[in-house]
Design a protein around this ligand. Structure first.
Ligand SMILES: [Zn+2]
Length: 287
């Protein structure tokens, strides 16, 4: 056992909060300096919805005993799962777990787009009309209720070591904030990074209003699964800067209502309910 293992197991959850909120603060500051899409981000109206959902999700996460880590502990203590039948070095278990969990995330995300009842939950994430660090956590709480049992089953079936779960969750938290951030990376850096992890450039295409583009780049951490499954897509920086964000059917004030975000899974929004919202910089000051 390496000294890192007990440290990560004891402080893993605290580290997760530090990495998540640390990434939010650091990348939030960077967004101000090198924003990808110029113009106001309408934070005054978007942020109450996005952070409101964040608080709701954190409260739910704390209340429900559904953390994948609990199941990893259970699998280890009871010798359940494939990895507990073999003497696998921890570093191998961590790499295998990262690959399996990232594929599971890709597959669940794919299903969220193609299974109508799941799309009703997931489209809350896609109704944001801009993208920045706050978009990371704009999720309907029920989406978490779908994801968590699947993660728990995978962890139990694999017998994934708790440390492997923590390492993946740390990566997932940091890369998710990064990929949603409104940061313009130098072309060479994006070309290099996007071969290994999901960059803001790659994930922004997934938030396009065009359905064909939304149904691409499903990966949240690693782009490898999109590359292998034929759902990987890239654009030039200029195309990306012009690309509208959100859902065509909800480009109006409903996108900035917390009540709409919470009740959206139960609504039909095929037809616009109001005239399209006209983006007027005079009406919103940057934060
Ligand atoms: Zn999506």
């Amino acid at each position: 056992m390496t000294p890192l293992e007990p440290f990560l197991r004891i402080h893993g959850e605290t580290l997760l909060y530090i990495v998540f909120f640390g990434s939010i603060i650091a990348l939030g500051l960077l967004e101000v300096i090198v924003e990808m899409r110029a113009g106001h981000a309408d934070r005054r109206r978007r942020w109450p919805v996005n952070w409101g959902l964040t608080i709701l999700n954190i409260v739910l996460l704390g209340l429900l005993p559904l953390s994948a880590l609990i199941f990893a502990d259970y699998a280890r203590d009871n010798g359940i799962g494939l990895m507990n039948f073999f003497d696998i070095p921890l570093w191998v278990a961590v790499i295998v777990a990262i690959l399996v969990f990232s594929f599971q995330s890709w597959a669940v995300h794919y299903a969220m787009h193609y299974v109508p009842i799941l799309w009703r939950l997931h489209r809350v994430h896609h109704t944001d009309r801009h993208m920045d660090i706050s978009t990371t956590v704009r999720f309907h709480p029920f989406e978490f209720l779908v994801q968590a049992p699947i993660s728990a089953l995978i962890v139990l079936a694999m017998g994934a070591p708790p440390v492997a779960v923590i390492v993946y969750e740390l990566l997932d938290a940091a890369i998710n904030v990064f990929s949603h951030s409104n940061i313009r990376l130098p072309h060479w850096l994006d070309r290099f990074l996007s071969r290994i992890i999901v960059t803001p450039h790659v994930h922004r295409i997934h938030h396009s209003t065009r359905v064909a583009e939304t149904n691409s780049n499903f990966g949240a951490t690693l782009p490898i699964w999109d590359m292998l499954m034929g759902t990987y897509r890239r654009k030039t920086a200029n195309e990306l800067a012009e690309q509208p964000i959100g859902l065509d059917e909800m480009q109006d004030a409903r996108a900035t209502s917390l009540w709409w975000a919470i009740t959206l899974p139960f609504r039909d929004i095929h037809q616009p309910a109001e005239p399209p919202f006209v983006d007027d910089p005079e009406r919103t000051e940057p934060l």
